[in-house]
Design a protein around this ligand. Structure first.
Ligand code: HEC
Length: 462
């Protein structure tokens, strides 16, 4: 589901706003008279200023056979689209990095453009996209052709290629990969290598020790099974996340993700049709932790299961919270809604009333959801509360899957909604190398969920 219509309409408005329509015409007129106003500052050129920005910020997706719909590698390719580029950059639609700049702690691998880079692109487009001196052209950017974190300790992949039709809705397919590990193993990183980077939009990896995913796989024809949100089984753990154009992340020293012996990994892959029939077989690389692991990473969430989104309302607020039961440190967050989501904001409320901003996604786009890792872990003291405020639009807009709109509640399907703010945490001061220390965070969270569930049930009975 894409916002093509909305974007197409806003593009002309954007061009007019940036002065590009009149500006380009003005340029041509000046050129035909053979005179440039002499005192005008030299505009940025492609070779000297713009090429380096495209290399650093765009080519991870906009190069041959990647997810970007056209390459932005040569002058000609960029010149043709200069006006479009200026608009999507000014509106922060591209690169598709959704967190609000300056809200919350610094994030790893921030892909957003600096205000200076935005100004260069805008001024270049406005000046008619000049090429500049070929001598100023930076050498082409080289991209890793192999695993970026080095050879993984274990590589898993589905047994067969999966076929993605040329057109139609996006596909969410789960592939079950047995690890066959003979003992529990701590991982320090994972990475993903789709064989076809044109079609893979994002991937979420889960851990299944119940065998339920295998059963779903067997029950459905072809490799894997279809499931829109999550792996569609009752019990699972989160393993990791990948989005087109993102860099792999390794955990800080001393922190690991436990992969239980004989566990299966489920890769849930979001495929977006390209207009041609495509096939993909994504490989997963697992990296075992090298040194001793003191802290085990676990995911939990501030979630709301009770909300109602009345039909035809365009700005509905939904809140969620998570009471921090013991001292924790947060490493990453992953805001999650479906197609009606508009924005989401996560903050931490300390017991003394102070607050800390965590992340804000002001312009939610389900196609560009991601997991964001903090540059440095954030302390979540016992008794503080993670607070989430989100807004939903259940009016008749292009992205609404229910036409006409209907009352929407929590649920797994594409027609339902979610208001989840996932957080990856470790127990503060945990040292699993000390004999007798247990990796019990998942149990603590499960007990907390059960207590809350009972409290809610009791409230409803009253
Ligand atoms: C993470 C991958 C990624 C990155 C990074 C990225 N793009 Fe894109 N771009 C896409 C995809 C995919 C589309 C197709 C539309 C969509 O899916 O949103 C697109 C579409 C576009 C469009 C067409 C927009 C439209 O509405 O038709 C332009 C122009 C564009 N990108 C320019 C850029 C520029 C300039 C940069 C760098 C400053 C950039 N992109 C960075 C993936 C990316």
């Amino acid at each position: 589901m894409r916002l093509g219509v909305v974007r197409g309409a806003s593009r002309l408005a954007g061009l007019l706003r940036l002065g590009l329509v009149a500006g380009v015409a003005g340029m041509l007129a000046a050129a035909s008279h053979g005179q440039e106003p002499a005192r005008k500052k030299q505009p940025p050129t492609f070779t000297k200023d713009v090429a380096a920005i495209l290399q650093a910020r765009c080519q991870n997706c906009h190069r041959r056979d990647h997810v970007g719909p056209f390459p932005l590698e040569t002058y000609e390719q960029a010149r043709k689209r200069a006006a479009d580029i200026a608009v999507v950059v000014a509106d922060r639609i591209m690169p598709p990095w959704k967190p609000e700049r300056g809200f919350g702690p610094k994030l790893k691998h921030d892909q957003s453009l600096t205000p200076e880079e935005m100004a260069i692109i805008e001024a270049w487009a406005e000046a008619g996209a000049p090429r500049g001196d070929p001598k100023d052209m930076p050498p082409p950017r080289r991209f890793a052709t192999d695993w970026k974190l080095g050879t993984p300790d274990l590589v898993l992949e589905p047994a067969e290629d999966f076929a993605i039709p040329a057109a139609g809705p996006d596909t969410y397919r789960c592939f079950v990969l047995p690890t066959n590990l003979v003992r529990d193993t701590f991982l320090s990183a994972i990475d993903f290598r789709p064989s076809n980077l044109r079609v893979v939009h994002h991937i979420t990896a889960f851990i299944d020790v119940s065998g339920a995913a295998r059963q779903r796989d067997e029950a459905e024809a072809g490799p894997g099974y279809t499931s829109f949100t999550g792996p569609g089984i009752p019990d699972f753990d989160m393993l990791g996340f990948w989005a087109a154009g993102h860099e792999p992340i390794s955990l800080p020293k001393g922190i690991g993700i436990r992969m239980p012996r004989q566990a299966d990994v489920i890769l849930q892959i979001h495929y977006h049709p390209t207009g041609k029939s495509e096939v993909d077989r994504t490989r997963l690389g697992l990296y075992a932790a090298r040194g001793p692991v003191k802290q085990a990473l676990h995911w939990n969430a501030a979630q709301n299961f009770e909300f109602q989104l009345p039909a035809r309302q365009s700005h509905i607020e939904v809140k969620a919270s998570w009471f921090i039961p013991l001292d924790l440190e947060a490493l990453a967050v992953s805001p999650h809604m479906h197609l009606l989501g508009k924005d989401m904001r996560m903050t931490l409320a300390y017991r003394d009333g102070r607050t800390l901003d965590l992340i804000s996604i002001p312009d939610w786009d389900p196609a560009w959801q991601s997991t964001y890792h903090f540059e440095k872990p954030i302390v979540l003291p016992a008794g503080s509360i993670v607070k989430v405020v989100a807004h939903f639009d259940n009016s008749a807009h292009a992205r609404n899957p229910n036409q006409p709109p209907r009352l929407v509640k929590w649920g797994h399907s594409v027609n339902d909604e979610m208001c989840d703010a996932f957080i990856a945490v470790v127990k503060r001061d945990q040292d699993l190398t000390v004999p007798g220390t247990r990796d019990d965070l998942a149990e603590i969270f499960a007990r907390q969920r059960l207590r809350n569930f009972r409290k809610e049930a009791a409230k409803r009975r009253r």
